[in-house]
Write a protein of this length. Structure first.
Length: 215
């Protein structure tokens, strides 16, 4: 997916290249696209059908004590955010990981059905979703990436219950369930995830503002 004249993933790679703490960059790519990025300082490996498989494949070539996992769909990553998450983890020897996250600002409602199942029912039968409760947003954070872990803790978490590993939406979830202590490093709102065409347009506008400001 192109963004402001460059493939989406290149924006994240450029940010990691400017990080003093980053020794190497490994990209888990869709099968058949391993050679789309051929720079000498990148290691490309084949990804898998699930997020966990892709991360596990990439970890095979990681030999450092720490590893940062990042979604290519968050192209407004900055070196400052990466270094901040790393510093948060290093400041707590007992922690297994640290993640970028932002406080939830919306009021969050819980329904009795899972979101995807509920939408499927509503589309087919015009069903009405019923609120089952309201969560306390003062304690809620929206998890983002980068997520930085002690490599052995992440490997152990990925080797856990295959059913749980398969459905995990981020690595922190698995490390938490394995008993690991995970810290939060506040992230700026600009660290958005490009999921829709509107997100892509917003990212382009933010990149334009950053360039105009010398960022």
């Amino acid at each position: 997916m192109p963004l402001a004249g460059r493939p989406l993933v290149e924006w994240s790679v450029a940010a990691f290249r400017r990080c003093p703490s980053v020794a190497a960059v490994v990209i888990a790519s869709p099968p058949g696209h391993e050679h789309d990025l051929s720079d000498d300082d990148l290691t490309l490996i084949e990804g898998g059908e699930t997020r966990a498989i892709s991360v596990s494949n990439a970890l095979r070539v990681v030999g450092t004590e720490l590893v940062a996992i990042h979604d290519a769909a968050r192209p407004l990553l900055t070196p400052e955010l990466v270094e901040g998450v790393v510093a948060t983890l290093l400041a707590d020897p007992e922690a297994a990981g640290a993640i970028a996250a932002t406080p939830v600002t919306d009021t969050i409602k819980r329904t009795s059905e899972g979101t995807r199942a509920a939408f499927s029912v509503r589309e087919k039968e015009n069903a009405v979703l019923v609120v089952d409760g309201t969560l306390d947003r003062d304690r809620l954070w929206a998890a983002q990436t980068p997520q930085v872990f002690r490599v052995e803790a992440l490997r152990d978490a990925l080797a856990g219950d295959p059913e749980r590993v398969e459905v995990a939406t981020d690595e922190a979830m698995l490390v938490e369930e394995a008993g690991g202590r995970v810290l939060i490093h506040p992230a700026p709102p600009e660290n958005l995830k490009v999921t829709t065409p509107l997100d892509l347009r917003l990212a382009e506008l933010l990149l334009g503002d950053a360039r105009a400001g010398g960022g």
